[in-house]
Design a protein around this ligand. Structure first.
Ligand SMILES: Nc1nc2c(ncn2[C@@H]2O[C@H](COP(=O)(O)OP(=O)(O)OP(=O)(O)O)[C@@H](O)[C@H]2O)c(=O)[nH]1
Length: 738
C-alpha cells in the first residue's frame, strides 16, 4: 500500500552525546514529563483533520497536508472561516454539529465526505473518497478526522475479521495470570497482524516490565521479562493513555503535518488527547527508531480505573489503523483491552483473596488461643512461624499495654525493650486512625538502620489510633536482585544545534543487567492491611484480658476479707442462705471469737494482732473440709458452716473441740509466743432456725453464753438462752466482759 502522496522522511542529526549525572537526569526527566504531548499540533500525514466551531459552523483549523488528499484544494486560508457545509457533504443538517450528542471520551464514525466537485478533483483517486470520517469533541470545538481505508501498510487487503467469541473464550480459558498474559499477547498478535505484541505492566515505581511477548514470522522475541525505566513512558503520557485507550502511529519516519493556523481562535492550542491522527513527540519517535520499529498500535489496559499496563504492538514497516477501522477491528482491539483489564482485575482479586484467606487462617488460630486465655506472648510464640511465613517476614515485634514481644531471626541479639524502643522512634504522629508505614530500602538510605540483624532492609510499622501507645512491626532482610533492563536505563544528554540540551532515548535495547542492593522484597498493600488487623486483634485481646483480670480482682475484693483472704460477711451470708434455700440443712453454724484479743492489740500492737488473726484463720482452715465454709465476719469473729451427715449437738461439740485443739498451741508473733483461746457459739438447723439471720442470732447467743461461762469453751444454742439475755448481751459496752 502507498500513501496518496509520499510523505517526507525525517533525517536525524548526529548529536553529541554527553553522559549525565543522576541529579541532572532527574531534572531533565522532569522537564521531559512536562512536555505537552497532547498539544503538539502535529498530525500524522496519512490522513487529515479539520476543526470546526459548532457555534458558527465555520472551519477554524486544518492539517497542513490536507491538499495531498484533496487535489485542487485552494490554500488553507481560503477554507479557514468558511462554512463547513460548503466543503463537506452530509453535514448540512442542523443537528449534525450538535456537540452534546458526542461523547467526550472517544471519536464516533460519521458518513461525512469532502465535496470533491468544488475543486474538480477526482474522488476515485483519493483515499478520502472511501475513507472514514471520525468526529469527536475537543473543548468547545469539533474535530473531524479523515482516515484512509488502506494506507501505509504492507499487509494485503482483507485482513480476516476475528471470531470475537473465540477470542474472548481463549482469554477466559486460563486462571493463572502469567499464562493469561501469554494468551493475550498471542490473541492480539493474530488479530492485529503486528510483528511483535508485548504485554507491558507498570510497577509501583512507574517502571514497566514486559510480562508477555508474541511475535510473528522471522521476528524474534527479545523483550520478555525485561524492565523499562519510568522515563520511557513519562507521567503525562500515562495520563493520556488512561484518557485515550487506543493509539496508532502509522509510520515513525513520516514527518508529521502541522495545524494551520497553529492556534484556535481563542488563542489556545488544540487539545489532541482523543485525535487518532495525533503524532508523537520527537523523543518518542527517536526511541521507536532506535528500537527498530516503524509502526505502533498501543492499547491501554485499565484495571479499577487505573492504568495497569499496555498492550504494545510493533511492526517493522508502516502499518495503520485504517484497515482496522473499516473492518471494525479497532473496536475488537479495544474490546480485547477492556476484557483483558477486567480479567486481570478478577485474577488479581482471586490471588488477593487467596492470600487474604491465609492471613485470616493464621489470625483466627491466634485469636482462638487468646480467647482461650493464653498470654499474648505465649500465643505469639506459638503463632510466630506461621505469621512470619504469611507475611514473608523475618522479624516481628509488638508493644501493647505492658507486653513487649519480639520474635524471628532479625530480632536476635537485643532485648525486646531495646528493639521496640528503637522502632518506637520511627512512629509517626498520633492520629484518629491506625496508620501503617513501610520502607523497603533501609540499607540504601541508612547505614545501619537497626541494632537487630544487619541485613534488615525492609520495615513495616503499624501504630494504633489516638493515645494508645501500641504498635507492631515486621522486618524483611535484604534481597539482592538482578533486574534485566531493556537497554541501559541511564539516559544521555544531547547537545542540540541551538545550544539547548535534551535527553536522548538510548540507542540499544539489548539486555542490561543491574544488581539492586540494599532493598527487601517490596511490601504490598495487603501486607499493610493485614498488619493493621493483627494490631487490632492484639490490642482488643489485650484490652479484654486486662479488663477480665481487673474484673476478677474487683469480684474477689467484694467477696473476701483482705486480711485473711477468707470469705467476708456478705459472701458468707449469701452462700449460707443459698445452701439453706436449697434445703441443705445437714450442717452446723459455729461462731468463733478470740478470747481477750483486745489485750493482744493493746500489748503487742495492731500489726501483731493482724498476724494473730491470719494465723488463726489458717488454723481454723486446717480443721474444716473442702465443702465447709469459713469466713471472717469482722474483728476477731469468724463464722463457720460445717457440713455434717447427722448434725447433732454432740457431734457439733466434738467438731468444735477440734477447733479448740487447733488453737491451743502457742501463736508465734514477732518471736513472742502467745497463748490464745477461743469461744464458740453453735446453732444447728433446722431446729435453731432455717435462715441465716436466725441461725446467726442464735449462734451469737450461744457464744455469749460461752463467754459468760468463762470463755475457752463451746456452747450449743438452747431456747432458754432466748429470754432477754440477748438484749443484755447487745447492750454490753465492755468487750472484756463478754
Ligand atoms: N489487729 C486487729 N484488731 C482488730 C481488727 N478488727 C478488730 N480488732 C480489734 O479486735 C478486738 C476485738 O475485741 P473483742 O472481741 O470485742 O473483745 P476481746 O478482747 O476479744 O474480748 P472477748 O471477746 O470478750 O474475749 C478489738 O480491740 C478491735 O479493735 C483487725 O482487723 N485487726
Amino acid at each position: 500500500m502507498q500513501f496518496d502522496s509520499a510523505p517526507k522522511v525525517s533525517t536525524l542529526n548526529q548529536p553529541d552525546l554527553i553522559p549525565i549525572s543522576p541529579t541532572m537526569s532527574a531534572e531533565l526527566e522532569k522537564t521531559c514529563a512536562q512536555e505537552k504531548i497532547h498539544l503538539l499540533g502535529a498530525v500524522q500525514g496519512y490522513g487529515f483533520l479539520m476543526v470546526v466551531d459548532p457555534a458558527s459552523e465555520r472551519i477554524v483549523q486544518l492539517s497542513s497536508g490536507m491538499a495531498r488528499h484533496w487535489p485542487g484544494l485552494p490554500a488553507a486560508s481560503a477554507l479557514i472561516g468558511s462554512r463547513v457545509s460548503d466543503w463537506i457533504e452530509g453535514i448540512d443538517t442542523s443537528a449534525a454539529l450538535t456537540t452534546d450528542l458526542l461523547p467526550a471520551s472517544h471519536p464516533v464514525v460519521r458518513s461525512w465526505r469532502p465535496r470533491f466537485e468544488r475543486t474538480g478533483s477526482e474522488p476515485a483517486l483519493s483515499m478520502a473518497a472511501s475513507g472514514e470520517c471520525l468526529v469527536h469533541r475537543s473543548g468547545a470545538m469539533l474535530v473531524l478526522e479523515w482516515l484512509p481505508h488502506a494506507a501505509a501498510t504492507d499487509e494485503p487487503p482483507g485482513h480476516p475479521f476475528p471470531d470475537i467469541t473465540a477470542v474472548i473464550a481463549r482469554l477466559r480459558e486460563t486462571n493463572q495470570l502469567d499464562s493469561f498474559f501469554a494468551v493475550c499477547a498471542e490473541v492480539v498478535q493474530q488479530v492485529s497482524g503486528f510483528d511483535r505484541v508485548m504485554m507491558y505492566r507498570f510497577l509501583p515505581d512507574g517502571s514497566g516490565e514486559v510480562v508477555a511477548e508474541n511475535t510473528s514470522g522471522e521476528c524474534e522475541a527479545r523483550f520478555m521479562g525485561l524492565r523499562f525505566p519510568v522515563t520511557d513512558i513519562p507521567s503525562q503520557a500515562r495520563a493520556l493513555y488512561l484518557a485515550n485507550r487506543l493509539r496508532v502511529l502509522v509510520d515513525v519516519e513520516a514527518v508529521p503535518d502541522t495545524l494551520v493556523p497553529a492556534l484556535l481562535p481563542d488563542g489556545g492550542p488544540l487539545d489532541q488527547s482523543h485525535c487518532l491522527l495525533r503524532s508523537m513527540s520527537e523523543v518518542h519517535l527517536t526511541y521507536l527508531r532506535n528500537m527498530g520499529v516503524r509502526a505502533t498500535l498501543t492499547l491501554s489496559i485499565v484495571c479499577d480505573g487505573k492504568l495497569w499496563g499496555l498492550i504494545a504492538c510493533h511492526h517493522h514497516a508502516p502499518k495503520g489503523l485504517p484497515q482496522l477501522a473499516r473492518e471494525g477491528l479497532r473496536e475488537v482491539c479495544e474490546l480485547i483491552a477492556e476484557v483483558t483489564g477486567m480479567r486481570i482485575l478478577a485474577l488479581n482479586q482471586i490471588a488477593a483473596l487467596q492470600h487474604r484467606l491465609e492471613f485470616i487462617d493464621v489470625f483466627n488460630r491466634l485469636r482462638l488461643a487468646l480467647v482461650a486465655g493464653a498470654q499474648i506472648a505465649t500465643a505469639l510464640d506459638d503463632a510466630l512461624p506461621e505469621l512470619l511465613t504469611v507475611f514473608e517476614a523475618t522479624g516481628f515485634g509488638v508493644r501493647i499495654g505492658n507486653v513487649d514481644y519480639v520474635g524471628g531471626p532479625d530480632t536476635r541479639g537485643a532485648t525486646a525493650k531495646t528493639l521496640l524502643d528503637e522502632v518506637a522512634t520511627r512512629l509517626g504522629p498520633v492520629l484518629n486512625m491506625a496508620t501503617v508505614t513501610s520502607r523497603d530500602d533501609l540499607l540504601v538510605t541508612e547505614k545501619q538502620p537497626f541494632r537487630m540483624s544487619l541485613d534488615v532492609a525492609g520495615l513495616m510499622l503499624a501504630q494504633g489510633p489516638q493515645q494508645d501507645a501500641i504498635f507492631c512491626f515486621l522486618t524483611r532482610q535484604e534481597v539482592v536482585r538482578q533486574v534485566r533492563w531493556g537497554g541501559d536505563p541511564n539516559k544521555l544528554l544531547v547537545s542540540l544545534p541551538d545550544g539547548t540540551r535534551r535527553l536522548e532515548p538510548r540507542s540499544s535495547f539489548a539486555e542490561w543487567l543491574e544488581s539492586v542492593q540494599g532493598q527487601s522484597q517490596p511490601w504490598q498493600q495487603a501486607d499493610g492491611e493485614a498488619l493493621e488487623e493483627l494490631l487490632h486483634i492484639l490490642g482488643d485481646m489485650n484490652h479484654r484480658q486486662t479488663s477480665l483480670v481487673l474484673q476478677k480482682k474487683l469480684h474477689w475484693r467484694a467477696h473476701h476479707d483482705s486480711l485473711t483472704g477468707l470469705y467476708n460477711r456478705r459472701a458468707m451470708e449469701d452462700e449460707v442462705s443459698r445452701r439453706l434455700e436449697l434445703g441443705e440443712t445437714n450442717a452446723v453454724l459455729m461462731l468463733v471469737d478470740l478470747d481477750y484479743f483486745k489485750e493482744i492489740n493493746d500489748t503487742h500492737g495492731h500489726a501483731a494482732g493482724d498476724q494473730v488473726l491470719q494465723q488463726l484463720s489458717s488454723r481454723l482452715e486446717s480443721v474444716i473440709r473442702e465443702f465447709d465454709l469459713l469466713s471472717r465476719l469482722g474483728g476477731d469473729e469468724f463464722l463457720l458452716l460445717l457440713q455434717l451427715q447427722e448434725p447433732t449437738p454432740d457431734l457439733a461439740m466434738f467438731v468444735a473441740e477440734r477447733l479448740h485443739q487447733a488453737v491451743a498451741p502457742p501463736f508465734e508473733v514477732n518471736s513472742v509466743a502467745l497463748d490464745l483461746r477461743i469461744s464458740v457459739g453453735i446453732a444447728i438447723p433446722p431446729g435453731h432456725g432455717n435462715t441465716m439471720a436466725d441461725l446467726l442470732r442464735r449462734a451469737d447467743l450461744a457464744l455469749y453464753q460461752a463467754k459468760s461461762l468463762g470463755r475457752s469453751r463451746s456452747v450449743v444454742f438452747d431456747p432458754a438462752l432466748e429470754s432477754g439475755q440477748a438484749d443484755r448481751y447487745r447492750g454490753e459496752t465492755d468487750p472484756g466482759t463478754r
